[in-house]
Design a protein around this ligand. Sequence first.
Ligand SMILES: [Zn+2]
Length: 394
Amino acid sequence: MSRVVQQPSVSASPAALLQHVRAGRASSRAELAALTGASRNTISSRVDQLIGADLLVEGGRGDSTGGRPPTLLQFNSRAGCVLAVDLGVTSVDVAVTDLSARVLATAGHPMDIAEGPHAVLAEAVRLGAEVLAAAGLSDADVRAVGVGVPGPVEFSTGRPSHPPIMPGWHDHPIPEAFARWPVPVVVDNDVNVMALGEMGVTGSDLDVLVVKVGTGVGCGVVVEGRVYRGAQGSAGDIGHIHVAAPDDRSVLCRCGNTNCLEALASGSSLLRDALAAGLPVTSTRDVVGLAARGDGPALELVRQAGRTIGTVLAALVNFFNPHRIVVTGGVAHAGLPLLSGIRESVYARAMPLAARTLAVELSAAPELSGRVGAALMAVEACLDEDGVRGALHA
Ligand SMILES: [Zn+2]
């Protein structure tokens, strides 16, 4: 015989309540009470605390379900700002955003990451001060800093770990460079940051693979809307998975193995193969540009790279069964040729049940997702349990 038991209430901490309002799941005290199972008194006192800390504001009246219509609650995304730092191999970009990751001001320029952590981070701090001034904000408004770097990072400490294309950066304590702002500083690799950016400001609870095809190949793994980092932070490092070469050749990878995905289908391999084929190019960007303009040989090189990437993605689809695959990075600017190559392999090789409703698409704004992602990472850091508790007792 079954009996009705009281469901244990999901967390009704101030941070959890704030998250429900931010995500649009609740917009009144009554809805928060219904959602969490907590008492109206508990909800009311915690909502009052959040209003006192300026994180929630009251505005307007909702639809009445009989009695007095409820006062609507809104997240106050102007309760502070975050700095979003996007370090590329050849660029440094900084944005200041509100707490909904809406960009308020941005600045950046080309800079070689090989100039080392002291020079590059000093420049990031200088740009941070510049965008704050441009947005009419001060150092005291900054709630957190998010930083994306083009290499592996130990997420808990914010230190790069043997980054292959960031000489001098191994084990450098990146957060310490931002001591001007005594707030949480979160550092992650660029692919995870881009993956967050692709999830967008409103968030999503979908399972998504975000594949970056640039100089190398990497993959951000998003599980129910959150970036999955694995035991040491290296989840999604698909660039060194072994693949079959289309013409049975053996190509040495910079990691020392042969026929890694990155050795056969990345920005650098495209340039190598285009030069070998005698195409008039000096950079990956040239190859991608030729393909986008419909040049036959360049187009076939890009499409073949797509097919090779697709064989790895087909295996990942069978294993992970994502809702979507989003393709981003410099080579994604080639557009349809890359996408059609990827789709060809994925739909040919993935199991029908996993492939049936799978969407494989290009990023809508690849140049912005690094900064938006770094901002979202910073926002999550300042609005987690500790961050909200701190704000309530400030
Ligand atoms: Zn390799």
